[in-house]
Design a protein around this ligand. Structure first.
Ligand code: HEM
Length: 218
């Protein structure tokens, strides 16, 4: 492995410019850590799972009014191991949210939100909002009755915002009703806007963890 890496490195050049980063001493780890300090890392594993299984699903899913439902049925029943990839995507999505919540509780209980980590707490909150928006937009994609009516209820909540409610609801739906335009809009959010924003937020989150180290345990 080392030889292969060295061969690539002589051409690609990663080791030398990143020496300082790769050989940095272990940053401030508190003395008392336990398994609850793995919850953030576990959340990240689910994020990676979602990206990998999502990429595979996107090869067969068709985001159109006519084809969406049929394509999900085909993924589940006809595509080789499609049922497994779809199942893994669904389970990872649920576990992602649960583990983010548990991670937030760990950070809260150990009071790691205090200065200088307040900006990292805010980055985390943004990550949580993006994760929930991903769940909401993904729920419509099977394009069945449950998806349709859940989105009807969810999007009409935007309509209750004072003054701009109507405009906001139309913006989220891509029109007055939930139709093909909504499906495309949700699909684009689900596979492009939200994952890209999440990647940026997580980069910032990990950057701050690296710079500040893990907060001293109480
Ligand atoms: C969106 C998914 C998230 C991922 C993948 C993630 C990942 C991580 C990882 C790997 C760490 C370092 C190890 C650890 O403490 O577990 C960490 C630390 C931290 N996270 Fe998150 N996190 C996420 C969401 C959140 C949320 C929702 C909050 C708070 C609202 C948050 C606040 C923090 C803070 C303040 C730290 C520093 C903890 C310390 O220094 O002890 N994170 N995160």
């Amino acid at each position: 492995m080392g030889k292969i890496f060295d061969w690539i490195d002589r051409r690609f050049g990663v080791k030398e410019p990143h020496k300082k980063f790769l050989q940095r001493p272990a940053f401030g780890m508190p003395e008392k850590v336990n398994y609850s300090y793995c919850l953030g890392g576990m959340s990240f594993i689910y994020f990676l799972m979602l990206v990998c299984t999502g990429l595979l699903l996107s090869m067969y899913y068709v985001p159109s009014e006519k084809e969406a439902f049929k394509s999900v049925a085909a993924i589940t029943n006809d595509v080789t191991l499609g049922w497994l990839i779809r199942g893994l995507h669904k389970w990872s999505a649920n576990l992602f949210i649960i583990f983010i919540m548990l991670h937030t509780i760990r950070v809260f209980v150990s009071q790691a939100y205090r200065p200088p980590r307040e900006l990292n707490w805010m980055a985390g909150v943004l990550g949580l909002v993006i994760a929930m928006a991903s769940g909401f937009t993904g729920y419509l994609l099977p394009w069945d009755q449950k998806a349709y009516w859940a989105t009807e209820v969810g999007t009409s909540m935007f309509g209750t915002v004072p003054f701009i409610g109507d405009y906001l609801m139309r913006f989220v739906r891509g029109g007055l009703d939930i139709d093909g335009a909504t499906l495309i809009r949700f699909y684009s959010m689900h596979v492009l806007f939200l994952p890209a924003s999440m990647a940026i937020i997580l980069w910032a989150h990990f950057h701050m963890v690296k710079r500040q180290g893990i907060a001293k345990s109480l």
